[in-house]
Design a protein around this ligand. Structure first.
Ligand SMILES: [Zn+2]
Length: 369
């Protein structure tokens, strides 16, 4: 088994899990029999890293589960004030940085700090104590006031898609899948210089066609659909992230390998591959036309696809936040009694009150919106 990119033999020393769809976007399908660890990390630092950045906002909103870590926060601006916020997974906004204001009053210095967490406040106070040995960190911690607000206005963020590097990353995803499906490496060999950025090709383009597959409102998925037709002499692949970023890749227009037709449909909500038909089966003429007459402005279709993902993302965040508030209310009430305590009516009333106290501001914010 050799790395299909640099042709080095894959051994125990240089083997690595290559994610066929990038893991940063929740891709789970992986194989150790595709590329070597050096090629894997080179791509991670270049084209895959750029694709990951572009897909991050949706990965965050849809709260995708990855093999490693969580999606990065979304950076957005509050419309009314322009203040920068970070939106963490689950939809919680956070200030991008703490603020420290100093005012000098005679021989006294007043410091006012806004920190985002207890840990951060303690770090800032410890820093002050280093410069001012008489400063009492514990006393200052005690005087801190904690404030929690429900965000009641829209946060604006930007989303970029496409570009040469991303097209190459999409092409690599398609070749990954072809090799994964036991395709002959010789049939995609001519694509390696393009994937590595040494050669320019026009073989990846947005592909927004209606009704390629069934999708329900509560679903989000990644899709790969690979077709190789020996008689027709074509090999191509449809790659679709979040039912939103959709691409067609022309892998070989003089295909000599085995007939192949394989679909990978990954349900991101339930984190499992599912069986779903993708109705893409083009002849050579139709396929090549997609690349000669490029649909340059499929914006309405792109927007429609985004709307689906954003609506589902907001719903998932909402469910998550209500779940968190409910859990906290129960912790604050019933949670303080030792296990095995017999629950009285009084305790139930206390719990109900706590739930109302926690959830009401959240619901009111929803009504205000
Ligand atoms: Zn390699």
């Amino acid at each position: 088994m050799n790395c299909y990119v640099c042709d080095i033999e894959i051994t125990a020393d240089n083997e690595t899990d290559e994610h066929i769809l990038i893991n940063a976007a929740g891709g789970r399908l992986k194989s150790k029999e595709l590329i070597c660890s050096k090629c894997n990390s080179d791509f991670g630092e270049s084209i895959d890293g750029i694709l990951a950045k572009q897909l991050n906002n949706l990965a965050n909103m849809l709260m995708v589960k990855r093999h490693r870590g969580e999606p990065q926060p979304i950076i957005g601006n509050k419309k009314s004030t322009g203040e920068k916020y970070l939106l963490e997974v689950g939809g919680k906004p956070k200030l991008t940085k703490p603020t420290i204001d100093k005012t000098v009053d005679g021989d006294k210095t007043n410091i006012s700090i806004t920190a985002r967490s207890e840990k951060e406040l303690r770090e800032i106070l410890t820093g002050i104590a280093k410069k001012h040995p008489h400063f009492d960190v514990e006393e200052a911690m005690k005087s801190a006031q904690w404030r929690e607000e429900h965000f009641d206005e829209a946060l604006h963020f930007q989303n970029t898609i496409g570009g040469n590097e991303v097209f190459r990353a999409i092409c690599k995803c398609a070749t990954n899948y072809f090799i994964y499906c036991k395709g002959d490496p010789a049939q995609i060999k001519h694509l390696i210089p393009y994937i590595k950025g040494e050669e320019q090709k026009e073989i990846v383009w947005m592909h927004y066609q209606d009704n390629l597959y069934e999708l329900r409102p509560d679903e989000s998925s990644h899709v790969i659909h690979l077709v190789g037709n020996k008689q027709g002499g074509i090999l191509y692949c449809y790659v679709d992230y979040f039912n939103t970023h959709k691409y067609l890749v022309l892998l070989n227009d003089n295909y000599q390998g085995q007939d192949i037709k394989q679909t990978y449909f990954f349900d991101l909500v339930n984190v499992v591959p599912i069986q779903r038909e993708v109705t893409i089966d083009y002849d050579k003429k139709t396929l090549l036309e997609f690349f000669t007459n490029k649909d340059a402005k499929p914006f309405e279709k792109v927007k429609k696809s985004f709307d689906h993902s954003i609506a589902l993302g907001l719903k998932r965040q909402d469910d998550h936040q209500r779940g968190e508030l409910l859990e906290r209310a129960i912790q604050n009430s019933l949670g303080k009694y030792p296990e095995g305590t017999i629950i009285t009516e009084e305790m139930i009333n206390e719990t109900v009150n706590e739930i109302m106290k926690n959830i009401t501001p959240y619901l009111l914010r929803g009504m205000k919106k």
